[in-house]
Design a binder for this molecule. Structure first.
Ligand SMILES: C[S@@+](CC[C@H](N)C(=O)[O-])C[C@H]1O[C@@H](n2cnc3c(N)ncnc32)[C@H](O)[C@@H]1O
Length: 219
């Protein structure tokens, strides 16, 4: 039987790749990752372990990705892994957090292939460490989202918003009106990492690899 590992490569620092990620990448005959103009961040993080392995970058359309696209991706993966061998699909952070891999796994369930997931350190966990922001202490609620609504702050002691390209000004206004302190973390753990806390700097920035982490001021 063929096998696919879904591997989280963490936030970007090569030292935050897990031992298990390295071991499974080394074992894989073929490596998969979404194609981002011929590149992929997860692939860069794992580059030291790819050697001369076959790398298949899978194309997804810009904008809305349809079920058909995930079916096609699942078929490519199945066809590329030799019988009795394993492949590795790399994702940034953790594969179970806002990842394309989740939709591909749904389609792989209809195909005879074994799937195993290797956790990675998610971006929001690395960013909490970087800014020394507790995500939770006893009794707290933490909310992770990629679509911000003011009501969420009624339930959260801490909150992290991923994919912050749009709407940053509204998010910061809402945080300030609800007594939440915040940091904007860009390219966490990379050499180019930046932690911004001034609203004008945050609003000016437009990097997809960024998030906003907030915590109630009273905490
Ligand atoms: C498609 S989601 C993938 C999330 C990923 N699976 C995880 O566990 O962090 C992409 C978003 O993750 C966040 N992200 C990923 N890596 C990051 C990093 N090193 N620094 C800051 N944000 C990051 C950004 O908000 C980005 O828009």
């Amino acid at each position: 039987m063929k096998k696919l590992y879904g591997i989280g490569t963490g936030p970007g620092d090569k030292e935050l790749l897990t031992l298990k990620a390295v071991k499974t990448i080394k074992e894989a005959s073929v490596i998969f990752a979404p194609n981002n103009k011929g590149k992929n961040i997860a692939l860069d993080t794992a580059e030291d372990y790819l050697h001369n392995k076959k790398v298949v970058l899978i194309d997804f359309p810009m904008g809305k990705v349809e079920k058909e696209d995930y079916i096609k991706a699942a078929e490519i993966i199945y066809n590329e892994i030799p019988e009795g061998e394993c492949g590795a699909f790399l994702t940034i952070g953790d594969p179970m957090v806002y990842s394309t891999f989740i939709y591909i796994v749904e389609e792989l369930e209809n195909i005879k292939i074994d799937v195993e997931i290797v956790s990675g350190i998610p971006s929001f966990v690395a960013s909490a460490a970087r800014t020394k922001t507790p995500l939770t202490v006893k009794g707290d609620t933490f909310i992770l989202c990629d679509e911000f609504k003011e009501e969420l702050l009624n339930y959260a002691d801490s909150i992290c918003i991923l994919k912050t390209l749009k709407n940053k000004e509204n998010i910061l206004n809402t945080f300030e009106n609800n007594d939440f302190k915040y940091n904007y973390i860009k390219r966490c753990t990379w050499n180019e990492e930046k932690v911004l806390s001034e609203r004008k700097d945050i609003i000016k920035d437009s990097d997809y690899i960024s998030l906003i982490l907030g915590r109630k001021t009273s905490k």
